[in-house]
Ligand binder design. Structure first.
Ligand code: ATP
Ligand code: NI
Length: 323
């Protein structure tokens, strides 16, 4: 059984009389100890997908359908109370600015203790501190950080604290949403290395959201490519990022010249994301696709298995490889 099974997930935002289809019919299996990178342009629905897993989207304006089965439990069906026990303990998340939720007037350690006690009311201060310092070590933070105020930390230190915090209950699944994006390249590299070591040590399963394909190629085993709410391609990094099947993935890789080694084409993919509030027939990428044929404008491509561990949603790919 997969650790996480997302089945036919749809997420709509209902704002200003419009329905924004941010995640459309996504199915995705995450196996235990997987590391999956989710890539795609800004606005393609990556964060919405992650927040839907944790059910952290604003319920008043969001409609979610489908199934999100974690460890055998459909997260979309359980009570908020039950879900609260799963968040952080079993599934935790680190954002680009997770630390913003901390208060500026209290020391880091004091705040961690407080939050920890909400989940574990019987834990003693010493116990918690010991646990936190152990995690600090794993993310290369000095003990003294425990007694600092949030404003005394650099961006890299803040993200390290956030990561340490996210791991305090040894969750099964760790979701990182652009967690290292705002950092300088050196710090980003160091933290990514630490994350990979942690994953080994703590037997974590990791989903990593980023718009940076090179981050995925250096830190993930598998990759999911999203576009305008759709999952277009999913498979091993060694397959998808070296011999991409979907024209969108191909275009996305071209916009990372350092990655493919092609230095000529810096413009990436012509055009921009479609309006997510307008329903469309055909393939969502057809308008921007240089290879689109008439069927692409007529029929929605299904996600098909190109090989056992490689899924692609493109009419052209099926036509080519199923002969
Ligand atoms: N709270 C919200 N209310 C209305 N629309 C939203 C909300 N949050 C996101 N959206 C819309 O949903 C779509 C997907 O956004 P999302 O943030 O999931 O994309 P993303 O791939 O994470 O982008 P980025 O790389 O910029 O973080 C976008 O069109 C966005 O404008
Ligand atoms: Ni995002």
């Amino acid at each position: 059984m997969s650790l996480l099974e997302i089945k036919n997930l749809n997420v709509k935002y209902k704002v200003e009389g419009k329905e924004i289809n941010a995640v459309r019919n996504i199915s995705l299996n995450v196996e235990a100890k997987d590391s999956i990178g989710i890539v795609g342009e800004s606005g393609s629905g990556k964060s919405t997908l992650a927040m839907a897993i944790l059910r952290l989207l604003p319920e008043k304006i969001v409609e979610t359908t489908g199934e999100i089965i974690f460890d055998g439990i459909n997260l979309l069906e359980i009570s908020e109370n039950k879900l609260r026990k799963i968040r952080w303990k079993d599934i935790s998340v680190v954002f680009q600015k997770s630390m913003n939720s901390l208060s500026p007037v209290h020391k880091i350690g004091f705040q961690i203790k407080d939050i920890y006690k909400v989940h574990e009311p019987n834990a003693t201060d010493e116990e918690i501190k010991e646990k936190v310092l152990e995690l600090f070590k794993l993310v290369n933070l000095a003990d003294r950080v425990y007694d600092l105020y949030p404003h005394e930390l650099s961006g890299g230190m803040m993200q390290r604290v956030s990561i340490a915090l996210s791991l305090i209950f040894y969750p099964k699944l760790l979701i990182l949403d652009e967690a290292t994006t705002a950092l300088d390249v050196v710090t980003q590299g160091q933290i990514l290395d630490e994350i990979m070591k942690l994953q080994e040590k703590l037997h974590l399963t990791r989903i990593m959201i980023t718009h940076d394909v090179s981050v995925v190629s250096s830190t993930c085993k598998k990759v999911a490519v999203m576009y305008a709410g759709y999952l277009l391609e999913f498979g091993y990094v060694s397959d998808v990022l070296t011999k991409p099947k979907h024209p969108y993935t191909q275009g996305l890789l071209k916009s990372f010249p350092s990655f493919t080694g092609e230095r000529k084409d810096l413009r990436g993919i012509k055009g921009s994301l479609p309006d997510l509030s307008i329903l469309h027939g055909g393939c969502i990428f057809a308008d921007r696709c240089e290879e689109a044929t008439s069927i692409c404008f007529r029929e929605k491509p299904k996600m098909v298995k190109f090989s056992d561990s490689w899924n692609v949603a493109c009419h052209l790919v099926v036509g080519e490889d199923y002969e």
